[in-house]
Design a protein around this ligand. Structure first.
Ligand SMILES: NC(=O)c1ccc[n+]([C@@H]2O[C@H](COP(=O)([O-])OP(=O)(O)OC[C@H]3O[C@@H](n4cnc5c(N)ncnc54)[C@H](OP(=O)(O)O)[C@@H]3O)[C@@H](O)[C@H]2O)c1
Length: 337
């Protein structure tokens, strides 16, 4: 089976197009013929052995897919060959076919195409869990989204707007600010690419505080970390919620006195942990997201679709801070054999 293979740790340039053994559906699994693979920042980490999950080599990266069920393993109920599904795969999405637990598949709504479908679960699932279970979002909340034009960031904007929040999108360029506004952000802040010196950090904190007003920011959604985290934490409302989602700009060290002074919660968000520990909550989240999709309140923002032959370029673009919204690799019809 054709696949992009990570045979040694390294960047996207180390991926090679080759053959992997044909997947087989074990008990509880289905084999899916992949039509499209959504690219996420963790794809750039997993091939470097920098992600929490370390698959045995050789493996194909690709953490979420849309496709058609080809075969089902023993004990699988509710799915049959021919069903159109979306699934989080952790890895294996950049190949022709993948075996995935049936419990991790969701049926695609009739109106959804494979490109959109492959761009929903990873980022929207994370942002829904972050804002709803961890952030206890409510209508009227003032929500600051960092790295807001990225995959998780755009999903956070759309979900926060669906819950009636006021959203400020913080990003590193005017182009990203325009994209975030187009996806529903009420206002934007353009921050320097970093690292930030003391003055730049203070200036950014002042901009965040201006968005929060006298009340302060109820929720900070932070997939970025680095030097952006402390100015955001300093801008929180009393009993606000700071959501730790990721560290694309590095893992920050934060003064412990700030959560005390704000009476705020600093909350870890780990959607993979939710799936493992509270699968019924994760499943209900996906059902809620599909309802929001059907109602037209969220829509995966795919800015670019790559041919299968160019899949490493998609991973390089996201790793290099260049992606707007979601990137998708078209697999169906291109990775046969
Ligand atoms: N906790 C969870 O359950 C969970 C689930 C999914 C993803 N994540 C994590 O969330 C983070 C974001 O994922 P994503 O899919 O949204 O990624 P993404 O689409 O690449 O967006 C991340 C944003 O980070 C910003 N950034 C700042 N410094 C950067 C740098 N040095 N390199 C690249 N980007 C940089 C960029 O925005 P600006 O240029 O505007 O700053 C970029 O748009 C990742 O760390 C990922 O591992 C966590």
């Amino acid at each position: 089976m054709k696949a992009w293979i990570s045979a040694e740790p390294g960047g996207p340039e180390t991926l090679v197009l080759g053959d992997l053994p044909e997947p087989v559906a074990s008990a509880g699994e289905v084999v899916v013929a992949i039509e499209a693979c959504g690219i996420n920042f963790p794809d750039s980490l997993i091939i470097q052995d920098l992600y929490q999950t370390k698959p045995p080599r050789p493996f194909a990266p690709g953490g979420e897919i849309a496709g058609t069920v080809l075969a089902i393993g023993a004990g699988v109920a509710g799915l049959a060959p021919g069903d159109r599904v979306i699934a989080r795969t952790a890895w294996g999405g950049l190949g022709a076919r993948v075996a995935v637990p049936a419990a991790k598949c969701a049926r695609m709504p009739a109106a959804m195409d494979f490109i959109e479908g492959s761009a929903l679960l990873f980022t929207y699932g994370t942002s829904y869990h972050a804002l709803v279970q961890r952030g206890r979002i409510a209508a009227g909340d003032r929500v600051l989204v960092l790295g807001a034009a990225g995959g998780t960031g755009i999903a956070a904007i759309e979900i926060a707007k669906a819950f009636g929040a006021t959203v400020c999108a913080a990003v590193s360029s005017e182009e990203k600010a325009a994209f975030a506004r187009d996806c529903g952000a009420d206002s934007t802040i353009v921050y320097p690419p970093g690292p930030l010196d003391r003055d730049a950090g203070r200036a950014l904190g002042a901009a965040f505080k201006e968005f929060g007003g006298d009340h302060g920011i109820d929720i900070v959604y932070d997939p970025v970390g680095g030097d952006y985290a402390e100015p955001a934490l300093r801008s929180m409302a009393w009993q606000g919620r700071y959501l730790i989602v990721g560290f694309t700009a590095g893992i920050p060290r934060l003064p412990f006195n700030l959560p005390l002074l704000k009476g705020c919660d600093v909350l870890g968000v780990f959607n993979g942990g939710l799936v493992a520990n509270e699968p019924e909550v994760a499943e209900a989240n996906i059902a809620a997201l599909l309802r929001l999709y059907d109602e037209g309140r969220i829509r995966p923002r795919v800015s670019r679709v790559f041919d299968f032959a160019d899949a490493p370029d998609a991973i390089a673009l996201i790793a290099g801070r260049g992606a707007l919204g979601k990137l998708v690799v078209r697999v169906g019809g291109q990775a046969d054999g």
